[in-house]
Design a protein around this ligand. Structure first.
Ligand SMILES: [Mg+2]
Length: 681
């Protein structure tokens, strides 16, 4: 306990010692009680002050209370117990006040802390790289963050109170959303992907996690959805998927997709009343086009072919690129077997229209093989193998045609494969031989020349027809060395005959398109003429129309090189291709050979006789030599002579013969012999 004699001293003690309670008199020298109360209150609001007041000073005591004293007691203090009570009460109040103060301080700190945390949390949500949506228990939106607006294009105001289904793209089935609601209303978290639409209708993808929020009692009060924009990733995935299913060059489906598509169709189709048809198309002259114009040009053509196929077939057909220049078209399952088949004809004729690539016109006809499931193959692999065999049949039928599968074809594919293997060694095993077929000018009765024809007689086997093995030689490229062999042997033979006393004859040699384009034909011919001593003016090269389909500078230049050497160029099997009259006139070609098929039918079919007449008139108009091939009857001969086509070749006069026989034929022939074949009126 500290005491002071007057108010001022009292204040000094209070300032320096800070007592627990102050008991002060009202009237004191230097500083009265009221002044002390004021001074103490300025110092500390909660320091207990008890005022001692004399009798009749109640007003002053009340004033002291007003100024901040907590209690008063009258002087003289007789009841110490009362004083103790007052002091205790004051001390208790001071303690409570002090406690309250620290409690309040704590509370204030807590509130500040929480506010800061909340602000941080809010900032995190507001600035999150993910969209955040909070909905009430019914799915009505209560909050969206700026990222949401950025992704969807909807402002917060536009979506508040609305359901997130406003973003629905319709890509997910209703079941998907039902599962979602079932999960979250059961209090569990749902995770999944959404394809949604932005406000302006753009599709985007989100990876979404939706979780329920519960109150203290455990009831779900709202849902929070956190969504990550995965559009880029999805686009990448879709691109990968696209690449896995599509042909890079043409953009149509690839073979992997086709195979799985066919497997699926085979599973789902009803075999009793549905038909699954597969058409395999092979572009007839892509090899030549690549060789002539380069692969980039060929690629461009393939793209155009793919586009045309898509256009002709429409969306319900599957168009795919199978390999290199082969496409496969699968019509939708049909209840009418003939319907997809008639489409094959539509496709074939659509491809007959010229393609214009970089300003150059080219023809890209297709040979089409058509097969049906299950009758033509019980699984995808067999079906496609048979489709390929059927396509080869179409090629054999003269290209630009359609063939349907027959069982014999399957064997023929096997057969072709075996032949190709044997053909590989035919040259070194000396299995090739040459036959010569005379060409007679019926006007003069003279033998004007002969065509040399290649024959293949494999060891321990019967001879193979040229239409089969020549196409095999072309496929594997062997036609180039074999062609050179033919040229060399035939020229040597002719030189030999001349030495034996035969008159100089013109020799016609067939040149395959592959040989013309792929090899250095002009150099080869020059070399052969040089080494054999055969005269270029006696040599005629028979080219096929497929060479002419390629209007390339290279083709024409090569033709000119050959003719400048003195060689004659002839166009073989004329009438089967697409040569235009105008184009033909610009080429250094001196002779047209009318295809045997037209000669064969010209007396029975109006079309063919008209065609033969046209070709003859055309030949005369262009001042070209004409040779009719495959003349077998006197009636055909008479018709041709009537049309002034005098040079003929065919069984009527002679079949192709080996060298010795040809020599005998020549020895026996006189101009009068020709008369024997004419119909005597
Ligand atoms: Mg020929």
């Amino acid at each position: 306990m500290l005491s002071a004699a007057d108010g001022r001293l009292g204040m000094e003690i209070i300032r320096s010692q800070r007592p627990d309670i102050i008991i002060t008199d009202l009237s004191m020298p230097n500083m009265n009680g009221l002044e002390v109360v004021e001074a103490v209150r300025a110092l500390d609001k909660n320091l207990p002050i008890v005022m001692l007041s004399g009798n009749g000073m109640l007003d002053d005591a009340m004033e002291a209370i007003r100024l901040g004293a907590w209690d008063y007691i009258s002087k003289p203090v007789r009841d110490l117990f009362e004083l103790e009570m007052i002091v205790n009460r004051c001390l208790e109040r001071a303690r409570l006040l002090s406690e309250n103060k620290s409690y309040q301080t704590n509370l204030e700190q807590l509130v500040t802390q929480r506010t800061a945390q909340l602000a941080k949390l809010f900032k995190a949500v507001e600035q999150s790289a993910n969209s955040v949506i909070i909905t009430d228990i019914n799915g009505a939106i209560e909050y969206v963050n700026p990222k949401f607006s950025q992704v969807t294009g909807y402002s917060q105001d536009e979506v508040l109170g609305k359901n997130p289904r406003i973003l629905k793209s319709g890509r997910h089935p209703e079941q998907y959303y039902r599962e979602l609601w079932k999960t979250i209303s059961a209090g569990k978290e749902w995770r999944g992907e959404f394809s949604n639409l932005t406000k302006d209708g753009k599709l985007f993808w989100e990876l979404c996690s939706i979780a329920p929020i519960r109150d203290e009692t455990g009831n779900i009060t709202s849902y929070v959805a956190i969504k990550e924009d995965i559009t880029d990733r999805k686009a990448y995935e879709e691109r990968l998927l696209y690449q896995a299913h599509h042909d890079e060059l043409t953009g149509v489906f690839n073979r992997y997709y086709l195979q799985s598509y066919l497997e699926l169709q085979m599973e789902i189709m009803n075999r009793n009343n549905q038909y699954l048809t597969v058409m395999l198309l092979d572009i007839d002259n892509l090899k030549f086009i690549n060789d002539t114009f380069g692969h980039e040009f060929g690629d461009q053509l393939l793209k155009e072919v793919a586009n045309r196929l898509k256009k002709v077939c429409g969306n319900t057909y599957i168009v795919s690129r199978f390999v290199a220049d082969e496409f496969i078209v699968v019509p939708p399952l049909s209840e009418n077997a003939d319907e997809p088949r008639s489409q094959a004809e539509t496709i074939r004729s659509a491809l007959n229209n010229v393609f214009v690539i970089n300003g150059t016109e080219v023809v890209a006809t297709a040979s089409i093989g058509v097969v049906g499931y299950p009758e033509d193959g019980e699984c995808v692999e067999t079906l496609l193998k048979h489709a390929e065999a059927t396509m080869f049949q179409a090629k054999k039928n003269g290209r630009n045609s359609i063939a349907y599968y027959t069982r014999e074809l399957s064997n023929s594919l096997q057969y072709r494969f075996e032949l190709a293997t044997r053909l590989h060694h035919a040259l070194e095993r000396n299995e090739f031989m040459l036959n010569y077929q005379p060409q007679i000018n019926m006007e003069t009765g003279q033998i004007s020349g002969m065509e040399v024809l290649l024959r293949w007689q494999p060891e321990n086997g019967k001879s193979i027809p040229p239409d089969i093995f020549i196409s095999l030689l072309e496929e594997n490229g062997h036609i180039v060395p074999v062609g050179e062999w033919v040229l060399w042997h035939a020229c040597s033979q002719c030189v030999e005959w001349e030495k034996q006393g035969l008159p100089p004859l013109r020799l016609s040699v067939n040149i395959s398109a592959i040989q013309f384009i792929r090899s250095d034909l002009d150099e080869t011919v020059q070399r052969v003429l040089r080494t054999t001593g055969f005269k270029p003016t006696q040599l005629c090269l028979e080219l096929t129309e497929s060479i002419l389909m390629l209007d390339s500078a290279k083709t024409i230049a090569r033709m000119q090189t050959l003719t400048s050497m003195g060689i004659t160029l002839s166009l073989d099997d004329f009438g089967t291709g697409y040569s235009s009259l105008e184009y033909l006139g610009r080429l250094p070609i001196k002779e047209l050979k009318i295809d045997r098929a037209f000669i064969n039918r010209m007396l029975t079919t109006d079309n063919d006789s008209a065609l033969v007449n046209t070709i003859i008139a055309m030949g005369h108009g262009l001042n070209m030599e004409l040779v009719a091939e495959g003349v077998e009857t006197a009636e055909q001969l008479a018709y041709l002579i009537d049309k002034k086509c005098f040079t003929i070749q065919g069984f009527l006069i002679s079949r192709p013969m080996p060298a010795e026989e040809f020599k005998q034929f020549m020895d026996q022939w006189t101009p009068q012999s020709a008369g024997g074949y004419l119909i005597k009126n």
